[in-house]
Design a binder for this molecule. Structure first.
Ligand code: PGA
Length: 256
């Protein structure tokens, strides 16, 4: 983990839960059970239709922050079905996930993701950029795949904005499958991504970028993955819907 920077744990609720009432219940429980935690930065990214209700429970909490799972780079306009950064911020959102593989699978390109990165950073918020390979081949092509995604996302990002960037390494084969990457895989990828960022900005500045892991993180593997993978936190999908398990993951990160 990087010195002087808090680890980050994000709950990506994806298209869950089914009702506003359930979302309120979940976030109320989360808020209660994480009260007083100051040594881990916590984010909940609910579906947009639940955001206002979640915000009301959040109510200016200093324990966790509000995030969204996707955003459009334009401020306003004729973009059916989309929402903008200022709209999200109006509801208290300061963390923006972009480039999730489930969105890339729907057709989002590196170029579009890059526009989103620049827009989020320009607006002054934290941008969590998801990268990751679909398969791990024996020739190391997965490394160049991840490198291309990182370089394209960071193109034109100035040094002064680097501290707002988080890279989330999420191998597609590990997402929602119960097959997490091993701590060794994760550590190797962390060093690899750090090297790419160091080549672009220098070693010192590269330290400002948190590199987190996502893909079947659970209460069973969190402590080992965090300790031995030496990541700066987690992006948690499925397990973040079970508040006790999600809180156990947060505690595992604190314990390391
Ligand atoms: P998962 O999802 O924890 O359910 O594997 C992670 C993610 O997609 O962010």
């Amino acid at each position: 983990m990087k010195k002087g920077i808090l680890p980050l744990v994000i709950g990506n609720w994806k298209m869950n839960p089914q009702s506003v009432a359930l979302a309120i219940r979940m976030v109320t429980d989360f808020k209660k059970k994480t009260q007083g935690i100051k040594d881990v930065e916590l984010v909940i990214a609910p579906p947009l239709v639940h955001l206002d209700a979640v915000r009301k429970v959040h109510n200016g909490s200093d324990t966790f922050h509000l995030g969204v799972q996707n955003v459009h780079p334009a401020k306003l306009g004729a973009y059916t079905g989309e929402v903008s950064i200022p709209m999200c911020n109006d509801l208290g959102v300061t963390y923006f996930i972009v480039g999730h593989s489930e969105r890339r699978a729907l057709g989002e390109t590196d170029a579009f993701i890059h526009e989103k990165v620049l827009a989020v950073l320009k607006a002054g918020y934290t941008c969590i950029v998801c990268v990751g390979e679909s398969v791990r081949d024996h020739h190391g092509h997965y490394l160049s795949h991840v490198e291309t995604q990182v370089r394209r996302a960071l193109a034109e990002v100035t040094k002064s904005k680097l501290g707002q960037v988080v890279i989330s390494y999420e191998p597609v084969w590990a997402i929602g499958t119960g097959k997490n990457a091993t701590a060794d895989d994760i550590h190797e990828m962390k060093l690899f991504i750090e090297k790419i960022i160091s080549d672009l900005y220098g070693r010192n500045l590269a330290q400002k970028v948190r590199i987190i892991y996502g893909g079947s993180v659970s209460e069973k593997n969190a402590e080992e993955l965090h300790r031995d993978g030496m990541m700066d936190g987690f992006l948690v999908g499925g397990a973040s819907l079970h508040i006790d398990e999600f809180v156990a993951i947060v505690k595992a990160v604190r314990n390391v």
